[in-house]
Design a protein around this ligand. Structure first.
Ligand code: PLP
Length: 345
């Protein structure tokens, strides 16, 4: 049975480019980015660098490419990268950090996306005849599999302080770091400037159809640009896509607060009927996790039943359904979706 769509909560990646983005794409000033450089891409890169408090930035095809290029620039084969066990780059990026870079991941189980810093300090190793050398620490803000959990400025500062004590860089997978900044009411750079590199995704809640920005020092970004070329990520008249990114960074950030409000509406609506299924404390940004275990059915089975009634969500773990709010789900759609979800539950 298929139903007309009431709300599509599968991901903020399904957002359509805005009419203004489509216009900007058509009208962008462009040039061969492999030769003299594309002026619109340069503008976007300068904008991202200033947003994150870094010297330079590199426009990449996707968040996955931004992370991969960062790993290629930070790591050599056989070196170790420490990260939270459910990090996006370990779960959803086709194994690039090992397949392409040859690095060894060492993982810690986090709480709400946070690695315990004392545990982290114990895991760092200097390298020896037998042991791989720890060469990079990765953090994720907001943390996707932890349901959009926010790492605050104090945590980020402690983490980068700890890394600095060991002479290690931190790469921040900041695909949704703008959500974190909006949720905390702080400028993005409060969360990013202590990291050696940060990746920001334009194609999530910021609604661009394409792209991410990898930010860091001039030297790091020069190395990353070389690595991007190596994996075929150097694109010619890329300004057409960069034009959307400029709109995403300049105009779409404040609206993330709407997504956060809507996530709360959704969570509260479900919680009111079935408090054991949703943890309201976990709802920090634009995601709501629903625990299907008390219902005795899998996340996939619940998603199928919801879809047959026009509400779309994703099974993120065997017993966890993830709902994501974004620009293409309105508060009215949420008001309509809540009774449908509650009815299915
Ligand atoms: C989506 C996401 C990525 C990858 O971004 P794509 O643009 O889909 O390649 C990386 N990290 C996190 C935390 C994400 O949520």
């Amino acid at each position: 049975m298929s139903a007309s769509i009431i709300a599509d909560f599968r991901s903020d990646t399904i957002t359509q480019p805005t009419p203004e983005m489509r216009r900007a794409m058509a009208e962008a000033e462009v040039a061969d980015d492999g030769r003299e450089g594309d002026p619109t891409a340069r503008r976007l890169e300068r904008l991202a660098a200033s947003l994150t408090g870094h010297e330079a930035a590199l426009f990449c095809t996707s968040g996955t490419m931004g992370n991969l290029v960062a790993f290629m620039a930070h790591l050599r084969p056989g070196e170790e990268v420490i990260a939270e066990r459910d990090s996006h780059f370990l779960r959803f990026e086709a194994g690039g950090v090992t397949a392409v870079v040859g690095a060894v991941p060492r993982t810690l189980v986090g709480r709400a996306g946070r690695m315990d810093l004392e545990e982290l300090a114990r895991e760092i190793q200097a390298g020896s005849r037998h042991r791989p050398r720890t060469a990079l620490i990765v953090a994720e803000n907001t943390h996707n599999l932890a349901g959009g959990a926010v790492l605050d400025a104090a945590y980020m500062q402690e983490l980068s302080g700890l890394a600095a004590e060991h002479g290690l860089p931190v790469h921040l997978d900041g695909a949704r770091v703008c959500n974190a900044a909006v949720a905390l009411g702080v400028p993005v750079k409060e969360l990013t400037r202590g990291c050696a590199s940060v990746m920001i995704d334009l194609s999530k809640g910021l609604c661009a159809p394409y792209g991410s920005l990898l930010c860091g020092s001039e030297d790091f970004i020069a190395r990353a640009r070389h690595m991007r070329q190596r994996i075929g990520g150097g694109v010619r008249q890329i300004g057409h896509m960069a034009a959307c990114g400029i709109i995403a960074l300049e105009q779409m950030m404040d609206r993330l607060a709407d997504d956060h409000r809507n996530a709360r509406l959704l969570a509260e609506g479900i919680h009111e009927a079935r408090p054991e299924l949703v943890n309201l404390d976990q709802v920090q940004t634009n995601m709501v996790l629903l625990d299907t275990e008390p219902l005795g059915i899998t996340a996939a089975a619940l998603c199928e039943r919801l879809a047959s009634r026009g509400v779309h969500a994703l099974p993120m773990q065997p017993y966890i359904v993830r709902f994501v709010t974004h620009r293409d789900v309105t508060a009215e759609q949420i008001a309509a979706a809540v009774p449908v979800i509650v009815g299915v539950l």
